[in-house]
Write a protein that binds this ligand. Structure first.
Ligand SMILES: Cc1ncc(COP(=O)(O)O)c(C=O)c1O
Length: 406
């Protein structure tokens, strides 16, 4: 499988320093991890060019993850909204229940090549932690996962899953006790143990080469979607919608459409209690240019450059940063970025369950909340793909409490 089917000289590829549009990305890290990042960059470039690596990745995607995931025509939802035809890219049907497994497998295969026996990761919703713990179990690797205490509380099911898979979950009590703090701790661990440790970052953020590498592994979502919609309808979609935490499921589905000017790409961020409050995580919509976790991008920060605390009902979107490539897409006007509130996402969660018999992750429910508003405004002949990034089992307990059912 060709992970990167797009030409090297195009506008949307990072330069040698890992900068998108010369401005976003790069490496803002302590000197001690520069050699590790260089080693990783080289190992990844070699692997990417090696058909044996591509075949190995394709094999595990197919026979272990269950790819390709289906592209499902949501007939009932389409009829109800009365506008564009809605297709669901079913990443919830990938092994472990979310898109995160694509990247975890790609990176573990790389760690194997680099002979790094210890794996660390950070997780918010727990899906990346579960995916990493799964890949480590499969290949017999030691695995430690950093997770904010608040996320440990709201994503209990995933903590149990990681433990069952043999991983050690390390609760992080600093800061807001969410994803950004877990990332800080994982970075700190990596700086100390860089010789024998590979850090599997779970999204298209972090220092170069992570944003490019994670995007490549996740591009399988868009490559499949492109082929599937063409086979089914004979043409490309008019709109592609995905939720944005760090931005990996969105970039994965967007990237293979980047040169199709007629395809609108829409990323949906978490507006939490509303953009007029301090309690949201809408980085591209309401943030400003800054540096977080090793790369330049958009960041939610105050006037002194201090990273602001965020809020989202969904742990996987509760992050004050975003991948640098999305910042570039925003500047170029190649993608649109919007946001929806907790309440809208919660409504969409219930709506998708009743409408299609699919319980979506709270993260993905943000994308659906926007689709619910957008689809009725579009002509009936238009086709819209929404990335159903993961299943909502992990969120049932939290939603039930919110709805007073527990
Ligand atoms: C199901 C699901 N969707 C989306 C996300 C957000 O991450 P990203 O923006 O990197 O896809 C997460 C993060 O944990 C997730 O678990």
């Amino acid at each position: 499988m060709a992970v990167d089917t797009l030409s090297a000289e195009n506008l949307y590829v990072a330069d040698a320093q890992g900068r998108f549009g010369g401005e976003f990305g790069g490496r803002f890290v302590p000197e001690t991890i520069i050699p590790a990042l260089d080693e990783l960059t080289e190992a990844y470039a070699k692997a990417k060019a090696d058909p044996a690596f591509q075949e190995e990745f394709a094999y595990y995607c197919k026979d272990y993850v269950g790819r390709p995931t289906p592209l499902f025509f949501a007939e009932k939802m389409t009829r109800e909204l009365g506008g564009a035809q809605i297709y669901l890219k079913r990443e919830d049907l990938a092994h472990t229940g979310a898109h995160k497994i694509n990247n975890a497998l790609g990176q573990i295969l790389l760690a194997k090549r680099m002979n790094k026996p210890r794996i660390i990761a950070e997780t918010g919703a727990g899906q990346h932690g579960v995916a990493t713990a799964t890949a480590c179990a499969l290949f017999g690797y030691e695995c430690e996962v950093y997770m904010g205490e608040e996320d440990v509380e709201r994503q209990k099911l995933n903590v149990i899953r990681m433990n069952l898979l043999g991983a050690k979950v390390i609760p992080v009590s600093s800061g807001t006790r969410t994803l950004k703090d877990a990332l800080n701790e994982a970075m700190r661990d990596w700086v100390t143990n860089v010789r024998n440790t590979h850090y599997i970052i779970g999204t298209v953020a972090g220092p170069h080469p992570y944003p490019t590498m994670v995007r490549d592994f996740q591009s399988i979502i868009g490559i499949e979607s492109r082929q599937q919609i063409q086979e089914e309808t004979g043409g490309l979609p008019d709109v592609v919608v995905a939720c944005i935490g760090g931005g990996s499921n969105a970039m994965g589905i967007f990237y293979p459409f980047v040169h199709d000017a007629g395809v609108r790409l829409i990323g949906v961020e978490a507006a939490g209690h509303g953009l007029h409050t301090e309690h949201h995580a809408a980085t591209l919509t309401a943030g400003s240019k800054g540096v977080l976790h090793g790369s330049a991008s958009y960041v939610l920060q105050d006037t002194h450059g201090q990273v602001r605390s965020t809020h989202s009902i969904s742990a996987g979107l509760d992050y004050p940063g975003v991948g640098p490539e999305h910042a570039h897409f925003k500047e170029q006007g190649r993608a649109e970025y919007v946001s929806v509130t907790d309440e809208e996402a919660l409504d969409a969660f219930q709506w998708v369950a009743k409408s299609e018999g699919i319980i979506p992750a709270l993260e993905s429910s943000h994308a659906f909340a926007h689709v619910r508003k957008l689809a009725p405004t579009l002509p009936k002949e238009q086709k819209l793909i929404v990335c159903l990034s993961g299943r909502g089992d992990k969120d049932v307990d939290q939603v039930a409490r919110r709805l007073g059912l527990l």
